[in-house]
Design a protein around this ligand. Structure first.
Ligand code: FAD
Length: 294
């Protein structure tokens, strides 16, 4: 099983995709349809997010295991420290190894329910993603990624300390970082510059999502923690009552963002898919990204 780092060092632009654990059977079917539709485009890797608890965690593990067993895709499992003792985390990581999963995105996670509620460390658990990076590294030959935040993590006091913590996670043994959503290419490029200015050369992958509906736009605001910039609002707001035109403009906008990133030397684009493939396929086709194995 290849690693994410091997798959993104092709010397030419590639893309990767993120899926979520399916909520029910219909969702599972949609997810597998999206996986099959994207498989032929040979994404550099596919990742599956880690649920907040209980059954959604089981569904994450089931999906990640199935990806490893039933497809040729390079898969990455997300893992969070939320409500887990170190012993439990060791078990999950051991299970990843048994399934042949070599790539782990190590995260602290958010408190279940209210993401900005008080973070309570499990009494036998870990405090920060940095600690999880070390644990995963100690337990096997894993390729490890971490999260990055173009506007700073909402709990960070300022961008400087936020960047310091990101660089510490990378120095603790992470191979690359994936960025949260952002609106303007420059917002991501400034994050990349801040990391580079600290002498860190790890790859930082931009997270992108085609803004196909007003609901997806609202999700981008929620996840990024930033307001819609006036430039983008001016293009999308007049179209809120015209679903087709909104979708077309949203695809244009994300394509333009990706083009600018590629022109700035970014060579991996990580798509948040919400388990649908169509918009990602459209943008990838417009960018002319060829299969990673070609
Ligand atoms: P950390 O890196 O631990 O940072 C948390 C806060 O603590 C930050 O403010 C940071 O600056 C600060 N900090 C870090 N280290 C230190 C230190 N040593 N001393 C003091 N302060 C420190 N959530 C899920 O539940 N499941 C997922 O699958 C998932 N996937 C994600 C994928 C991506 C690409 C991204 C960007 C986010 C994802 N999240 C996921 C959300 C993520 O878990 C939350 O944003 C969480 O609040 C932060 O996780 P982290 O790993 O960045 O935490």
């Amino acid at each position: 099983m290849t690693t994410v780092v091997e798959r993104i060092k092709t010397g030419r632009p590639v893309f990767s995709v993120e899926f979520m654990p399916p909520r029910d059977e219909a969702d599972e079917q949609r997810l597998w349809q999206a996986i099959r539709e994207l498989e032929g485009l040979d994404p550099a890797f596919v990742s599956v997010t880690y649920g907040a608890g209980g059954s959604s965690r089981d569904r994450t593990l089931r999906t990640t295991g199935r990806l490893a067993r039933e497809t040729d895709l390079c898969s990455m499992a997300h893992l969070t420290a939320v409500n887990h003792s170190v012993a439990e985390l060791r078990n999950v990581i051991g299970w990843f190894a048994e399934q042949g999963i070599r790539n782990v995105l190590a995260l602290r996670g958010d408190p279940p329910g209210d993401v900005m509620g008080e973070w309570v460390q499990h009494p036998q658990g870990l405090a920060y993603a940095e600690d999880l990076v070390r644990l995963v590294r100690d337990l096997g030959d894993f390729c490890v990624g971490v999260a990055a935040f173009p506007y700073g993590h909402p709990r960070s006091a300022d961008l400087d300390s936020d960047t310091d913590h990101l660089v510490r996670k990378l120095a603790a043994g992470a191979d690359f970082a994936i960025a949260q959503l952002f609106f303007e290419p420059e917002d991501f490029l400034r994050l990349r510059d801040r990391v580079a200015a600290r002498g860190c050369t790890a790859a930082i992958l931009p997270g992108v999502m085609p803004m196909t509906t007003p609901k997806v736009l609202a999700k981008t605001v929620e996840l990024s923690g930033a307001d819609v910039p006036a430039r983008i609002a001016a293009r999308l707001d007049p179209l809120v009552d015209d679903a087709k035109a909104f979708r077309a403009e949203g695809i244009d906008l994300v394509t333009e963002t990706c083009e600018r990133l590629l022109a700035e030397g970014v060579d991996v684009l990580h798509f948040y898919t919400f388990n649908r493939s169509k918009a990602t396929r459209e943008v990838v086709a417009r960018l002319g990204l060829v299969p990673a194995r070609a």
